[in-house]
Design a protein around this ligand. Sequence first.
Ligand SMILES: *[C@@H]1O[C@H](CO)[C@@H](O)[C@H](O)[C@H]1NC(C)=O
Ligand SMILES: *[C@@H]1O[C@H](CO)[C@@H](O)[C@H](O)[C@H]1NC(C)=O
Ligand SMILES: *[C@@H]1O[C@H](CO)[C@@H](O)[C@H](O)[C@H]1NC(C)=O
Ligand SMILES: *[C@@H]1O[C@H](CO)[C@@H](O)[C@H](O)[C@H]1NC(C)=O
Ligand SMILES: *[C@@H]1O[C@H](CO)[C@@H](O)[C@H](O)[C@H]1NC(C)=O
Length: 652
Amino acid sequence: MASKLLPRPLIYVVLLRLLICSWLFASLIQAEQHQRKTYIIYMGDRIKHNLPAKSLHTEMLSRVLHGVPSHKISEHLLHTYENFHGCVAKLTEEEASTIAGMNGVVSVFPNEKNYLATTRSWDFMDFPLNVKRSNTESDIIVGVIDSGIWPESESFRDDGYGPPPAKWKGRCQSSHNFTCNNKIIGAQYFRADGNFSDGDIASPRDTDGHGTHCASTAAGEVVEMASLLCLGQGTARGGVPSARIAVYKSCWSDGCHGADIMAAFDAAISDGVDLISVSLSVRRAQEYFTNPIAIGAFHAMKNGIFTSVAAGNSGPGLETLDNFAPWLISVGASTMDRQFTTKVQLGNGMVFEGTSLNTFDLQNKAFPLIYGGDAPDRSSSSEISRFCRQGTLNSTLVKGKIVLCDSIFGSVEPFLDGAAGVIMQDLQPHDVAHKFPLPASYIHVDDAARVLSYTRNLTSTPYETILKSVQVKDTSAPFVASFSSRGPSPVSPGILKPDLVAPGVNILAAWSPVAPITGSALDRRSVSYNMIYGTSMACPHVSAIAAYVKSFHLDWSEAAIRSALMTTASPMSRASNEDGELAYGSGHLNPLKAVHPGLVYDAKVGDYLKFLCSQGLNASVIRVLDYEFSHCQESNTNWDLNYPSIALPTSL
Ligand SMILES: *[C@@H]1O[C@H](CO)[C@@H](O)[C@H](O)[C@H]1NC(C)=O
Ligand SMILES: *[C@@H]1O[C@H](CO)[C@@H](O)[C@H](O)[C@H]1NC(C)=O
Ligand SMILES: *[C@@H]1O[C@H](CO)[C@@H](O)[C@H](O)[C@H]1NC(C)=O
Ligand SMILES: *[C@@H]1O[C@H](CO)[C@@H](O)[C@H](O)[C@H]1NC(C)=O
Ligand SMILES: *[C@@H]1O[C@H](CO)[C@@H](O)[C@H](O)[C@H]1NC(C)=O
């Protein structure tokens, strides 16, 4: 066909091009294959061997690495794990697949980047500060794997704390002016590839804010009159304010790498933490043992440590979960009754109510209003500039004005062009109040149409102002936030995931004063408390209540604690959550009830191994994960696991 359409000379050109392309492509592939990248080699249960793990790994690499002199081999071994058998190494693709085929190797996978998925929330859950507390609460150690911590925050002061509990074996990597105290009893950072970016400091100090926020939500001290620039003012506190915090920093400005997440689990297990809180999303894996969080939590479980993990922020679609292994608890995010509205007032007196977290007080001063579509840059057009994307607006025209944009997603570009404010629009009311580096609000599309006709009808300059946000009561709460990832589990449909939900919207907690308040690095305001949302914020609520339950039942297994949290969760309704159990699992975390669950569904290591049989794992592989394991039984199915909930997938 093609030869009929193309005159002959062209065919040669096309052929020649194809040849050149494939030659280029082939040499690129070759270069790619010979370039060494960082891989994680996972080999299951901790070694029972006289040689130290490091020597074993060096020996293994020396058999595989091509063209590397023997004295340089150890430079390719970046990290060796202790509580499970595995290491991090620089390998070519070919070397990686050679190792993957070796006896006893469970998986070899690239060291990929993953991302970080009031406090009125405790009162909203009927968990007041003065609840009955166990006198062992201050012996509970909460391990937090995140972006580090800001140790000088009020939330982590240690007045009245005794020395760390005797079981603590961890340490404090004091660097860059970072010191621990009797509240933050340990802190370490992990970066196997040593490739720090500008702005990252080799210290457990948190320059992002996320880790500080999560740690203080779980176990922060009581701090009165905390607020984000007067919004959400109240007492900030963690669920277990007297528990101790151990910090494991695996997240840097370019994300959280798998090797560093696993190193954090490894250290937390050695240090003797009681539970681990992980507010991270990993790239959705289709297997458990190529997922760094699933692997880390598996070994935590073998050591009796409970792991709480954010379900992910990829909702509202189905099967969007990031974390769903049965040996961890997957936490979705729900709303609470505190919502924020931001009014927009036109020069003609009309007022529209929008959603956002507007921290700016314009003191009713009105600014000229302009529609993004009426202010295109020379290189742009009205059809493009109406969305206010970066580089499409004429900054001379928008400077000092409030810009009306047709954008549905958050738009900070007018900020870069010197605008005084921005109005965005959406079809549905947002369940999340977003923050912007300039006065901003989201209004309904119908209201936006009215604002537009007001702007265009007027012969004189139209004026408008954006008011500071006010707190309103949302009586429909709690419902599952739109961003919260939904089930079913892509790997084990018989296990209902997420397990439960907890507050994850507009959560006020401690913040790093050096971290931007909004996503924009150009926002130079500094605060000690910030309000953010995500399943990342829901996860430490569950970690805290797990710690609370543990403080009353020191001998409970991780499965017993998970069971207690799930069976006592408050039922939620399908009426306000159309995805039902696939969105909220067992329901809404109920802290006080969780201590008295009655029945618990316990599970031991052997039960999870049987579960892995049902996943089709070969018994010889399972024996690598646990030396005690003997063989798989024929009849195992997903839902044989003694789990507090069950999902029966139907093929409709
Ligand atoms: C270390 O921290 C203290 C307390 O915040 C501060 O006063 C001091 O300037 C810091 N030093 C450095 C070198 O950052
Ligand atoms: C180090 O990080 C930079 C920027 O994040 C990246 O471009 C570079 O490829 C990385 N180097 C290695 C050896 O991974
Ligand atoms: C912006 O608008 C002003 C006033 O209409 C005009 O003079 C200028 O050329 C425009 N600039 C660009 C880059 O489009
Ligand atoms: C703008 O003008 C149109 C047509 O005259 C009118 O229907 C509409 O109500 C006006 N809008 C406002 C906000 O005044
Ligand atoms: C399990 O895997 C091993 C090694 O890959 C293989 O030799 C064995 O036949 C497998 N067993 C079963 C039951 O599939």
